[in-house]
Write a protein that binds this ligand. Structure first.
Ligand code: CO
Length: 209
């Protein structure tokens, strides 16, 4: 018995639609992938990487987790970054957060949510680093939105601080790390202007010689 039949039906239609514009699309893509971008985003169903930037399969390598965190010891995320940088030679790593992020809200509300609270402690740490700025904002909405931005800024730094990215820069590999925030209400991306493309652009405390 085939369950979720409607998804299989939709899949057939989708594949046919793509083959109509490019009959060799899947054959060519099956031979190799050559994406220029690594996307690190939130698992939120409303923030799908390919659709937001309107690119076809094959153009963006993707890692998603709750609240788009890049934890220093997360082997899953680090493996994705290492494969993308060393093997696929992506030119850009994009950390994309989004306003209205449930992970950020849960981290800030001081309630119990179960196991996930341990993951969300990392966001709480970011609040601790920026508490004066966040607390000075006028209302809850402004505080949460700024936390979404600051979270992206911190995760961009975490990407830059990995041995993987620093090793790539050391050997002169072209690689830029970007921080973006997506707004659910209008579907528009904002560049948070925290690009880094060399070791000189990251804090001295985390720079490897
Ligand atoms: Co989210």
């Amino acid at each position: 018995m085939r369950v979720l039949k409607h998804l299989f039906d939709q899949n057939k239609k989708w594949a046919a639609r793509i083959r109509k514009t490019d009959p060799d699309f899947f054959t060519n893509l099956s031979r190799q992938q050559n994406p220029e971008y690594l996307w690190i985003g939130c698992s939120d169903s409303r923030v799908p990487a390919n659709q937001i930037v309107d690119v076809l399969p094959g153009e963006v390598f993707v890692h998603r987790n709750i609240a788009n965190l890049v934890i220093h010891t997360d082997l899953n995320c680090l493996s994705v970054i290492q494969y993308a940088v060393d093997m696929l030679k992506v030119k850009h790593i994009i950390v994309c957060g989004h306003y209205g992020c449930g992970g950020i809200q849960a981290a800030m509300d001081n309630q119990r949510h179960g196991l996930i609270d341990n993951w969300l402690r990392h966001i709480r740490d970011i609040y601790r680093y920026h508490q004066a700025e966040i607390d000075s904002l006028p209302d809850e909405q402004a505080k949460l939105e700024r936390m979404c931005e600051l979270n992206v800024v911190e995760q961009v730094a975490n990407v830059c601080h990995t041995t993987i990215v620093q090793n790539a820069w050391k050997v002169g590999q072209e690689l830029t790390v970007h921080g973006w925030a997506y707004r659910l209400e209008d579907g528009i991306l904002k560049d948070l202007d925290v690009c880094a493309g060399s070791a000189e652009e990251i804090t001295r405390t985390h720079r490897i010689k």
